[in-house]
Design a protein around this ligand. Structure first.
Ligand code: Q46
Ligand code: ZN
Ligand code: ZN
Length: 330
């Protein structure tokens, strides 16, 4: 197997691109795909300050690495979820990554800051772990991005993730979610700008990128992911991809091109009655947001001072809550 670019020995074949690459040209392929996505969707520009949500897994660390490699100013945000050994190990991977590259890492520990962790909190609140976890992460991502005055919150969702979410949303005709399927959501209504520059890379490609560039990521899956319906959707899509290389990309990008606009009205309608949460100030359609209700039921506390999320998302705001800052650059 030879590299399509230089004819040297190839280390990976990409059937949907009808190409094989050596290590050097595969790395270039990944950086080109990500830069193309950033430009095409106008995600961010040189000089913007980025906050990359990192879990210690392959996708988020690849994302942080690619953002830094492409010359963007990117800090990392790690949330301590309290999922036993998995969380301890993932935190180690993130810290080592940041220290090794001199990148700035912001850490928020749910137990320290809000008085609950995902296993006990989800049980007490009678929510599925991934539902309590997703809600908690979204709240903290938004808060730190706004309070830190970042221009965009960057996540490492890859093509497989986005195709699986789209598949689930189509299967259940979740029209409001279909309107939010774009890899870029502009800042509005008290939410920060959110972008997903990895949507042109598959899960296999982000894993290969990490191996080839020497990124030491946590290989173990989160022990609470069992039963997550997205894993089933990924299996179905992988079978289709096997039969027909490029099926996932055509499903996802075809939707963005031909159908996503048709669902935007549903999102506008859902956002029309957003108001600041009475407890934390985050935008909500209820008086008290679902995050604050989760924290209450989990027996935790909302730190005093609420949140600045009701302010102008474009203006930098001081971090008013006890966010631990680790910076290995200084
Ligand atoms: S960390 Fe949290 Fe994931 Fe674990 S509990 Fe579910 S959502 S699977 S990305
Ligand atoms: Zn090559
Ligand atoms: Zn709230």
């Amino acid at each position: 197997m030879k590299c399509t670019v230089c004819r040297g020995p190839a280390v990976i074949d990409l059937r949907r691109h009808n190409s094989n690459f050596c290590a050097e040209h595969f790395t270039k392929f990944c950086t080109d795909q990500v830069q193309r996505t950033i430009d095409e969707f106008d995600m961010f520009r040189p000089g913007d300050r980025l906050l990359v949500a990192v879990s210690g897994g392959k996708d988020s660390l690849a994302m942080w690495d690619l953002a830094a490699r492409l010359g963007y100013e990117a800090d990392g945000l790690y949330i301590g979820l309290g999922i036993g050994e998995y969380s301890d190990t993932s935190a180690d991977h993130v810290r080592r990554f940041a220290e090794g590259r001199g990148l700035r890492l912001v850490e928020v520990d749910l137990a320290t800051e809000y008085g609950y962790d995902i296993p006990t909190g989800s049980r007490a609140a009678r929510r599925a772990p991934c539902s309590a976890c997703g809600l908690s992460k979204r709240h903290v991502f938004d808060r730190v991005a706004l309070e830190g005055g970042y221009d965009a919150l960057v996540t490492g969702h890859n093509l497989d993730d986005e195709a699986a979410v789209l598949f689930g949303n189509v299967l259940h005709w979740q029209v409001e979610y279909l309107g939010r399927q774009s890899p870029v959501l502009d800042a509005r209504d008290g939410f920060p700008k959110k972008v997903k520059p990895l949507v042109r890379l598959s899960e296999r490609e982000t894993a290969a990128y990490c191996v080839i560039t020497g990124i030491d990521y946590i290989v173990d899956e989160c022990p609470m992911s069992k039963g997550n319906s997205h894993l089933g959707y990924k299996d179905v899509l992988n079978q289709m991809e096997q039969q027909s290389p490029g099926a996932k990309a055509s499903f996802y990008f075809g939707f963005l091109r031909s159908a996503s606009e048709r669902f935007e009205a549903e999102v506008d309608e859902a956002r029309s009655d957003l108001a600041p949460c009475e407890r934390c100030g985050a935008p909500t359609t209820a008086g008290v947001c679902s995050f604050c209700r989760l924290v209450d039921r989990a027996g935790g506390t909302i730190p005093p001072g609420g949140s600045t999320t009701s302010g102008d998302p474009a203006s930098p705001v001081a971090i008013t809550q006890p966010v631990e800052l680790r910076t290995s650059a200084s």
